[in-house]
Design a protein around this ligand. Structure first.
Ligand SMILES: N[C@@H](CCC(=O)N[C@@H](CS)C(=O)NCC(=O)O)C(=O)O
Length: 244
C-alpha cells in the first residue's frame, strides 16, 4: 500500500523526509511513497482536502491506508515502530529515546520556532513590542541548547552511540540556528553534533527535499526572501482564527 506524505521544506517537514531517507540507509524496504508539497504561503494547509487529513491544518501529515498520522514526532515514532530499524529500539530501551523526542516536540520546536518568527518574520511589529519575546525565546533556546550539550556529553548522538529518531527530531530546528539567530557556538559539542548529523547521506537527501542542491546550507537571497514571506504570512495574526 502506498504511503502518502503531505509536507513542505520546513524544519517539521524535514524531520519526516530525513526519516524516510535514514530508513533506506538502515536497510528498511519501505512501500512506495507519494509526496505532495503543500504551499503554506498560498494557504493550502487550510483547504478542505488538507483539513480532512489534519484538523490542525499544519504539515506534515502521513496517510497510511485509511489512517492519517499528524504531528511530525508521532510520524517518526509510527514509522520507526512499523518498520523496525536501528532508529528506535522496540524493547524497553525505547524509553532512552522517546522522552527526547517528546522533549523536542514540547520545547525545541516551539521555542526555536517562536524565536525565528519574532526575529525574521514580524517586520511589521514595532521593535519595542518584539523585545521581550525575543529575549525570552532566545534565553530559553540557549538554555535548551545547554541541556542538549549535557545530554550529548561525549557521545556522538543524543541517545548514545546510535543515531536515532531523537537526533532526527532535534536536528532540523538546531541546524537553523543562524536563521533563527540562536547563537549555539558556545557549545562545541552541539555544533560538532550538528556537523556529524549533517554529514550523513540520509540526512543530506532528507534536507534537500524541496531545495536545490547548492542551496541546502546556504540559501540564496531569493530563497531567504521567499522563506521570510512565507513565514510572515504564517506569523501574521490574520492566519490565527479561533475556529477552523
Ligand atoms: N507540532 C507540529 C508543528 C507543525 C507545524 O507547525 N508545521 C508548520 C510548518 S513547520 C505549518 O504547517 N505551518 C502552517 C501554519 O501554521 O499555517 C509538528 O511537529 O508536526
Amino acid at each position: 500500500m502506498t504511503l502518502e506524505l503531505w509536507t513542505s521544506p520546513t524544519p517539521n517537514g524535514w524531520k519526516v523526509t530525513i526519516m524516510v531517507e535514514e530508513m533506506k540507509e538502515a536497510g528498511v524496504s519501505l512501500p512506495d511513497l507519494e509526496m505532495r508539497t503543500i504551499n503554506l504561503m498560498e494557504g493550502e494547509q487550510f483547504a478542505d482536502d488538507f483539513t480532512a487529513r489534519n484538523l490542525n491544518q499544519k504539515i506534515p501529515v502521513l496517510k497510511d491506508g485509511e489512517r492519517c498520522i499528524i504531528e511530525s514526532c508521532a510520524i517518526l515514532q509510527y514509522m520507526a515502530e512499523k518498520y523496525p530499524s536501528s532508529l528506535l529500539p522496540l524493547d524497553e530501551r525505547k524509553w532512552d529515546v522517546l522522552p527526547w523526542v517528546y522533549w523536542q516536540a514540547a520545547n525545541v520546536g516551539p521555542i526555536f520556532g517562536n524565536k525565528l518568527s519574532y526575529t525574521r518574520y514580524m517586520e511589521d511589529v514595532e521593535d519595542i513590542k518584539k523585545a521581550h519575546p525575543i529575549e525570552r525565546f532566545n534565553n530559553e533556546a540557549l538554555r535548551l541548547t545547554s541541556v542538549l550539550d549535557k545530554k550529548l556529553g561525549d557521545a556522538p548522538f543524543v541517545c548514545g552511540d546510535t543515531f536515532t529518531i531523537a537526533d532526527i527530531a532535534i536536528y532540523p530546528w538546531v541546524r537553523g540556528w543562524k536563521w533563527s539567530k540562536v547563537n549555539i557556538t558556545k557549545w562545541p559539542r552541539v555544533t560538532e553534533w550538528v556537523d556529524r548529523v549533517r554529514a550523513r547521506p540520509g540526512v543530506e537527501r532528507g534536507i534537500s527535499y524541496g531545495v536545490p542542491k547548492e542551496e541546502i546550507d546556504k540559501w540564496s537571497k531569493e530563497r531567504k526572501a521567499n522563506y521570510a514571506k512565507s513565514g510572515a504570512s504564517i506569523a501574521s495574526n490574520q492566519s490565527l482564527k479561533d475556529s477552523i
